[in-house]
Design a protein around this ligand. Structure first.
Ligand code: TZP
Ligand code: MG
Length: 215
């Protein structure tokens, strides 16, 4: 699948650790989110994940089928070998993950590449990398979903990073129903969420609220 910045608008991120390690519940929620209109899904098995490598491949292949059926891109966090095994559309790399140059060489032009940046220097560097398709900026607000997250950057810094970036920006970290509009109004291409969706009592309604921002 070709990269399109519109894919970033309602970007769901998650793995089984975000649903109390319950694989069945995780798949149910991802499926409901996809049916409700998310524009991209990132499979991110991290932190407290209990899944072994072969289980990640099995679950990843189910996610592959789901994303293909509904026409949205499947992106894998960090693990480009898993991304290759499940034929993902993209791979997302953090500053502390596998070196992005190495990921780029490994995946070639087969997949699109996202890169996490939260300082002007990191964004300037990403601007020089032709193989970076979009950048992820955050955490915008404090988050419970990433124990090793950097300090929150806040709205003003997000706006500044988005201005500097020559690639579309997806904002992530602590985005909720109260602050999603102010995040959107910075001009970013999209919003990425974990807990807002996975902890929602009405996932379909939550996804619709996010979609409405980009109407
Ligand atoms: N990267 C920066 S913040 C974050 C990641 C993966 C976690 C976002 O989770 P939440 O629950 O939407 O704050
Ligand atoms: Mg990462």
């Amino acid at each position: 699948m070709m990269f399109d910045p519109k894919m970033l608008q309602v970007y769901l991120v998650g793995g089984t650790q975000d649903v109390h390690n319950d694989v069945v519940k995780f798949l149910e929620k991802v499926k409901l989110a996809i049916k409700s209109g998310i524009t991209a899904f990132q499979y991110r098995e991290k932190g407290n994940s209990k899944l072994r490598p072969n289980e990640r491949v099995d679950l990843g292949l189910e996610l592959r089928t789901l994303c293909t059926r509904y026409g949205i891109p499947l992106i894998v966090d960090d693990d480009y070998e898993l991304a290759q095994q499940i034929n993902a559309d993209g791979v997302h790399v953090g500053q502390n993950d596998t070196k992005i140059e190495q990921v780029s060489v490994a995946v070639g032009h087969q997949m699109f590449i996202g890169y996490s940046c939260n300082t002007p220097e990191q964004v300037e560097r990403a601007n020089t990398m032709d193989f970076v398709d979009y950048i992820g900026c955050g955490p915008v607000f404090p988050t419970q979903s990433k124990p090793d997250a950097d300090t929150a950057i806040g709205i003003n810094r997000l706006e500044r990073l988005n201005m500097i970036s020559e690639r579309p920006v997806v904002a992530i970290g602590g985005i909720n129903e109260e602050n999603m509009k102010v995040v959107h109004d910075t001009g970013v291409a999209g919003l990425a969420v974990i807990s807002l969706a996975f902890d929602s009592k009405d996932l379909a309604a939550t996804v619709k609220k996010m979609k409405n921002l980009y109407k």
